[in-house]
Design a binder for this molecule. Structure first.
Ligand SMILES: C[S@@+](CC[C@H](N)C(=O)[O-])C[C@H]1O[C@@H](n2cnc3c(N)ncnc32)[C@H](O)[C@@H]1O
Length: 215
């Protein structure tokens, strides 16, 4: 699903409503997240350094995986998710600020972050290409964007099931679960310097270099 014209998307208000409902149950299933992708979060996000932006931080599930000495600025569209992220940051004693807003429209200066991290988010962004470009803009030129995303499996029967169920999954969660994250990164004009797949190819971790917006 790399053609933008084929990419369904929900509006920001609808996404806010979905995550207002999900926020109360999201962390109840964190043990599943820990068992399946926890180690990938740890491997990737422990590489963050300096001033870190967590884009679509949700309930702050990445926070425990960041090094202790980073300064974090999280942003999430959902006030309910952001509230839980603030609680989590306080519990961890992390130097963190969490703002509510649209990740495609970040009021930050170009190059003002050393690392930009985001997880399980490009599948939901109404315009993932614009949002990735914005991540590139706020990341310093020698910094890195660390992405952990799910997408279409590399295993045929699993991928076919995802394709079949995709419209229903999208209706309920606003998530394009068979989107190919590496395609979206390329479409945004960013350069992935490391791409790893796991869990039947459903999970992709990427280390991405920011490039100028006209690059
Ligand atoms: C599936 S959750 C992922 C949360 C977290 N990053 C994680 O790994 O669990 C997707 C998150 O993206 C947020 N989101 C969706 N669209 C957004 C946007 N345009 N700007 C900021 N956050 C957005 C939702 O509110 C939700 O918290």
């Amino acid at each position: 699903m790399s053609d933008r014209a084929e990419r369904p998307s929900k509006g920001l208000d609808e996404l806010r409503d979905i995550y207002a409902d999900d926020a109360s149950t999201y962390d109840r299933f964190e043990f599943v997240d820990r068992l399946t992708i926890g180690r990938y979060r740890e491997r990737l996000f422990s590489r963050a350094a300096g001033r870190v932006r967590d884009v679509a931080c949700g309930t702050g599930v990445n926070f425990p995986h960041l090094p202790d000495d980073v300064e974090v600025v999280g942003v999430d569209l959902s006030p309910e998710m952001a509230a839980r992220a603030r609680e989590r940051a306080a519990e961890l004693g992390l130097d963190a600020e969490v703002r509510e807003g649209d990740a495609a429209d970040l009021p930050f200066e170009a190059g003002s972050f050393d690392t930009v991290v985001s997880s399980l988010s490009t599948c939901t962004f109404p315009d993932p290409v614009a949002t990735l470009r914005e991540m590139g803009r706020v990341c310093s030129s020698d910094g890195r964007i660390l992405l952990l995303e799910h997408g279409r499996s590399s295993v045929g029967p699993v991928a076919r099931f995802q394709d079949w169920w995709a419209p229903r999954h999208f209706d309920k969660h606003g998530c394009r679960w068979n989107q190919e994250p590496a395609d979206v990164v390329a479409e945004a004009g960013l350069v992935a310097v490391e791409v790893r797949r796991a869990l039947l190819g459903v999970l992709t971790t990427m280390v991405v270099r920011p490039t100028p917006s006209d690059g």
